[in-house]
Ligand binder design. Structure first.
Ligand SMILES: CC(=O)SCCNC(=O)CCNC(=O)[C@H](O)C(C)(C)COP(=O)(O)OP(=O)(O)OC[C@H]1O[C@@H](n2cnc3c(N)ncnc32)[C@H](O)[C@@H]1OP(=O)(O)O
Length: 223
């Protein structure tokens, strides 16, 4: 079967991680990168270059027969804004998932669209991953979790069963989240935190056990 042509939006290190995952999947043909800041034809990696700005996607779709692609931007707010812009200029653009072949995803898990599951990720039974999330290298998301849209899970995070993580929240590298914990939307859980109690929306928590450090304001940086 002929592979569908896709683009990767974002040319950071994360963009190249996503590119390698997509290459290993052998389901899509990557035609190039989209970037808001780099000029067209900027070399990226392998033979791939920047094809244009997100506003160029409609034209590029006609030129390259583009099916869709993935937004590979690590910051949750920037990723969400980019998805909105693409939906506005190219409503037919299909957002694909990049799931590393070494990831172990339960057949009873539900995975939305536009997600990245990196190497050695485990998604256990009855867990739902929304849309446009990043589950980074070797993270383990256990049974009956609900991970909402535009959330990012850094490398080596472990969640127990029945954990809920709200939209646009960032969980830092190596954090551990006890079973039956609810984490609100737009939160930051710092690197190495051990979360033993519920995390209120729009707040920053870290430490062992994790404590609330401060509220987050709109536009505050994530990691
Ligand atoms: C593939 C990838 O790279 S994915 C990305 C992976 N990266 C991450 O996961 C990074 C996660 N980020 C963090 O943990 C950050 O430190 C944040 C977001 C929690 C920063 O929080 P801030 O409150 O702004 O921290 P700030 O840098 O101002 O430091 C304030 C104090 O808190 C401490 N601190 C900061 N983060 C943590 C943490 N995670 N755990 C314990 N203490 C911390 C600092 O050491 C500092 O202490 P001091 O005042 O005694 O010197």
């Amino acid at each position: 079967m002929q592979r569908k042509n896709i683009v990767i939006v974002g040319t950071s290190g994360h963009g190249f991680v996503v590119m390698e995952i997509l290459q290993l999947m052998q389901e899509y043909n990557i035609v190039g990168f989209i970037d808001s800041f780099k000029p067209k034809n900027t070399p990226c990696i392998d033979h791939l270059t920047v094809l244009g700005h997100e506003n160029d996607i409609p034209t590029l779709t006609a030129t390259y027969d583009i099916y869709g692609g993935i937004v590979a931007i690590g910051d949750n707010t920037d990723r969400a804004n980019m998805v909105s812009r693409i939906k506005a200029v190219a409503p037919g653009f299909k957002f694909v998932n990049a799931c590393h072949p070494s990831s172990v995803v339960s057949p009873r898990a539900i995975i939305g669209e536009g997600n990245v599951l990196c190497a050695n990720v485990v998604i256990n039974t009855n867990t739902t991953i929304g849309n446009f999330c990043i589950v980074n290298t070797a993270s383990s998301i256990d049974h009956d979790n609900q991970i909402m849209d535009f959330t990012s899970i850094a490398p080596g995070v472990t969640t127990g069963g029945n954990v809920n993580i709200g939209a646009n929240t960032a969980i830092g590298i190596g954090a551990v989240i006890k079973h039956r914990i609810n984490i609100g939307e737009q939160c930051v859980v710092g690197a190495g935190a051990v979360v033993l109690s519920d995390v209120s929306p729009r707040s920053v928590w870290y430490g062992t056990p994790a404590r609330k450090i401060r509220d987050r304001q709109p536009g505050d940086k994530y990691l």
